[in-house]
Ligand binder design. Structure first.
Ligand code: ZN
Length: 249
């Protein structure tokens, strides 16, 4: 039953994240003006703001002028709902869950803005760093030394790759890895980056195979770091324990 609440909470959060994803790159306020149609500027009514259902009722069109909305808004809402349920099933109720939901929300915004604009915004990273520091102050779970080590190692590793690949890695990716250190600490940050290389590599092979993009087109790396960070937060401790148990034979 409680799973349904988390899904609904995720849908509403996803609706807010959509506003962030759309407005932050344009430098607009996320609070004002109220949600409106991009085409005819008519203000959305309360009932139009209900996630998913409003899309179904209005068949994905503006109530006033009939301009179709992208299905992606609804997809992001449902995705957020599913990820929130996933976090809940791993952590249960408690502070680790709150931290997971906050990190997941930031990662979603970063993923979609990077996908749209090949850009990771400093203001998003600053908020993310501040929220992570606040959580760590309220309920210490990582430890200051591990945070410093994770930030330096994570940011440093991507900086080295950026230098070695002559621009294959962006400044935003380096900063994101640095901020992840606050949430994940040293071990899980490095694991997150390792996972992001694995996921990114697999996806790159598929894209090349199906020729969705040419070899020279650039694929933003932020979404892969985000996916790696999400999996590392949820399963990192288990993965590391499993890995060591293999090594010890
Ligand atoms: Zn309209």
């Amino acid at each position: 039953m409680i799973v349904i609440y988390f899904f609904l909470f995720g849908l509403c959060m996803g609706s807010f994240l959509n506003v962030c994803i759309y407005r932050l790159p344009q430098g607009d306020s996320i609070a004002y003006p109220p949600s409106h149609c991009m085409h005819c500027q008519s203000r959305l009514q309360m009932v139009d703001l209900i996630p998913v259902l409003s899309y179904l009722f209005l068949r994905g069109r503006c109530r006033q002028c009939g301009t179709p909305y992208s299905i992606r808004y609804t997809f992001v809402e449902i995705l957020t709902g599913c990820l929130f349920i996933w976090c809940y099933t791993v952590f249960g109720i408690g502070f680790p869950l709150i931290k997971a939901l906050i990190l997941t929300s930031f990662l979603l915004v970063i993923t979609y803005i990077d996908y749209d604009h090949q850009l990771i915004l400093d203001k998003v990273l600053l908020f993310m760093a501040g929220a992570g520091a606040l959580i760590e102050c309220l309920t210490p779970s990582v430890g200051l030394l591990s945070i410093i080590a994770g930030s330096l190692a994570g940011g440093g590793l991507l900086l080295l790759i950026a230098i070695a690949s002559k621009g294959g890695m962006g400044g935003g990716d380096i900063k994101l890895a640095t901020v992840l250190g606050i949430y994940l600490g040293a071990k899980l940050t490095l694991l997150a980056l390792f996972l992001s290389f694995v996921i990114g590599g697999v996806v790159a092979v598929f894209i090349l195979l199906f020729k969705r993009k040419g070899r020279r087109d650039c694929i933003p790396f932020g979404p892969f770091i985000a996916a790696g960070a999400f999996l590392s937060l949820l399963y990192g401790q288990e993965l590391i324990r499993w890995y060591w148990s293999l090594c010890m034979g």
